[in-house]
Design a protein around this ligand. Structure first.
Ligand code: HEM
Length: 214
């Protein structure tokens, strides 16, 4: 078992990595906008206040519907990018089958299994590598849930799950958003720290592939 982070990154995986990063950041961006600048609660109040100041009148229901209408134009991007993420997940399976030839879950399990054979002086590094790869396996598993639950919610009328089940899917979908927040922050901090600690070129390898082309 090779516990080094420095390994050749195939071109297809590099493209996938950066497009996937864009999709995840884009999806988190839509959530951020929905919960802040485009929150219908804040904006409905604002609309009501401005219309009243202008001498007009608007019912709370109409103000809410205007605020939601404005938010929905932005929220459509959650779906466009969500479908993009769905396509990227399918592409990742193909990249795994034909280029990387390794399954992230099996890789994480193999890393755990190999730990006992690692000499004492390399143990800390190997445990670190294993934890990172368990994190990656978790990332794929949770992305799969986000995609499947997102599609189920998008096509809820056609699929016909019960209202309660759709509600549960949505609650879990919403809570798991926090995994991506933690992952993005942890991942960026992790590679930056690793660059400074001896894994030089880790980030540029994700652009140029790295030197170890086998
Ligand atoms: C990293 C990936 C994703 C994150 C972080 C994420 C996050 C969220 C969050 C936080 C909500 C709840 C918004 C609210 O009600 O306040 C939500 C709702 C939703 N998401 Fe995602 N999502 C992701 C992927 C997807 C994908 C792949 C799809 C599929 C197209 C999707 C479709 C939906 C749908 C249909 C809703 C329900 C909207 C509603 O009921 O108004 N999401 N998402």
């Amino acid at each position: 078992m090779n516990y080094s982070f420095k390994k050749y990154q195939p071109l297809s995986l590099r493209w996938w990595h950066w497009l996937n990063a864009l999709a995840i950041l884009g999806l988190l961006g839509t959530v951020l906008l929905r919960k802040t600048f485009l929150s219908w609660r804040t904006n409905a109040q604002f609309i009501e206040q401005k219309v009243t100041e202008g001498g007009g009148a608007v019912t709370p229901e109409v103000a809410k519907s205007i605020a939601q209408g404005l938010r929905d134009v932005m929220w459509d991007w959650h779906y466009y990018i969500g479908f993009g993420l769905t396509a990227l997940l399918v592409i990742r399976v193909l990249v795994g089958l034909f280029a990387v030839k390794k399954c992230p879950a099996t890789h994480a399990v193999e890393s755990v299994m190999g730990l006992s054979k690692v000499p004492a002086e390399k143990k800390i590094g190997a445990i670190h590598y294993t934890l990172v790869h368990i994190g990656y396996a978790l990332f794929y598993l949770i992305t799969l849930y986000m995609v499947l639950s997102g599609l189920a919610l998008y096509f809820k009328e056609a699929i016909g799950f019960s209202k309660d089940f759709n509600h549960l899917l949505k609650e879990i979908h919403e809570v798991l958003m926090w995994f991506f927040v933690v992952f993005v922050v942890g991942h960026i901090a992790g590679v930056v720290i690793a660059e400074g600690r001896g894994d030089k070129g880790l980030i540029s390898d994700m652009f140029n592939g790295g030197e170890d082309r086998k």
